[in-house]
Write a protein of this length. Structure first.
Length: 219
């Protein structure tokens, strides 16, 4: 499965098998986390067999056997949440290609049980549950191309392809509070007001870039 195919296949999963993440699958994840940290300056970590952050959590559906998660943390800068969204989604889509399922959790988890693992000076932005799905996720209703875009002049295929991928991005409570603009042949994406919109901005930015095959400016 390619990363672009993973965008189509990925749906949030909250119920997992009681199965460890180990061997080559674990190594692939840890190597990609190391690469993301080197590029971004974040302090992303994979925690395995640590159910205390998500145990008993109810957030748009009950979690079961959510024993593994990725913690997205880093220096408390203005760009922490966008970078966490961007690199977190990079890990989400990689996970999909190697047979794992995921779910973004931005607000309703036991932050203290995750924060205790972090170093001084590291701020926690969100976590992502990860594991082998016991029950597949389901697609959600999406906005239309027209609802999320502002364009002037001819619209190239790469822009449409990028928007198509962006519309499949997970966002907080499925709000899709973003706009993708095309002006003078250049694309940009910006966050609108809404909960966790800066994390969503990074997620959408990554999806657009995979679909379009080129970088996009985040505002």
């Amino acid at each position: 499965m390619t990363i672009r195919e993973a965008i189509d296949a990925r749906h949030s999963v909250r119920q997992y098998l009681k199965r460890p993440i180990d061997g080559e699958i674990r190594k692939i994840l840890e190597d990609e986390i190391a690469a993301c940290n080197a590029e971004s300056g974040l302090s992303i970590r994979l925690f395995l067999n640590d159910p205390e952050a998500i145990r008993g959590l109810w957030a748009y559906g009950s979690f079961r056997n959510a024993d593994h998660y990725i913690a997205l943390a880093g220096p408390d800068t203005d760009d922490l949440h966008r970078l966490s969204g961007y690199y977190g989604e990079r890990l989400v889509l990689l996970a999909e290609t190697i047979g794992l399922s995921t779910c973004w959790i931005a607000g309703s988890y036991k932050k203290g049980n995750v924060q205790r693992h972090l170093n001084d000076g590291e701020t926690l932005a969100a976590i992502i549950s990860i594991g082998y799905a016991a029950k597949p996720g389901k697609p959600h209703k999406s906005k239309t191309y027209e609802q999320v875009t502002e364009t002037t002049g001819p619209v190239p295929d790469w822009f449409r392809d990028g928007v198509e991928a962006a519309l499949l991005a997970p966002t907080a409570i499925n709000q899709q509070r973003f706009r993708i603009t095309l002006k003078d042949g250049e694309a940009s994406v910006r966050a609108l007001k809404g909960p966790y919109s800066k994390i969503d901005l990074g997620i959408v930015q990554y999806h657009f870039e995979i679909g379009a095959g080129r970088p996009v400016k985040a505002e």
